[in-house]
Design a protein around this ligand. Sequence first.
Ligand code: ADP
Ligand code: 5GP
Length: 206
Amino acid sequence: MNHQSGAILVLSGPSGAGKSSLISKIIDHIGPTYFSISTTTRPIRDGEINGVHYHFVSVEEFKREIEEEMFLEYAIVHGNYYGTSLSPVKKALKEGKLVIFDIDVQGHDAVQNRLSDITTSVFITTPTLKELKRRLHSRSTDSEEVIEKRVDMAKREVQRISEYDFLVVNDELDKAAEVLISIAQASRMKIPTLQINEFVQSWEAN
Ligand code: ADP
Ligand code: 5GP
């Protein structure tokens, strides 16, 4: 049974686990995709580009977008707002693309509540907490205080791994990327409830 509608792949995991590194590694190997660019109020980091990594906006602008119901989901993470804009996601799904979200556990919850039948979810983490701290320090993008916040959050996030379909331990980047490519390819094959119902009806009628 082929279907034209798209699917969603949610990637969550502690900041510093390697989600962005993995996404750049796999993006050219998984067919037509749309990587959802979130909107955030967090300060831009060195090397980040507005409109590429995030849409960086003020708190006032973010709150206006909430009021105008422009988000599929939004959450406060590490003290800053982050949100997924609904309209580009709808468009990409219509075009049959795999929509990839790099969102936190709260965002995953919200997406599962609204679109569980087309969603596959993956929790990505380092092999150990110690390695997470090492990567956050070696990335050198955040202050010591911010890193501590992220580590505290990571300890809470890993308690929710069981809510995800898959766990990918990003030890060796190439190996983790290979696993993620397989998951991404399979996630496209997920059949929406409506199409299953249609199939059953036609199966019974013929
Ligand atoms: P995230 O997007 O989850 O916050 P990043 O992709 O920014 O994480 O990775 C955090 C840091 O860890 C970066 O400096 C990145 O180069 C490094 N990194 C990512 N994956 C690995 C890995 N498998 N082994 C060692 N370092 C890694
Ligand atoms: P960072 O500041 O390191 O880029 O991201 C911090 C956290 O925010 C990560 O866990 C990331 O997955 C999450 N995040 C990024 N965009 C969104 C979003 O649109 N919605 C939600 N709920 N979380 C997001």
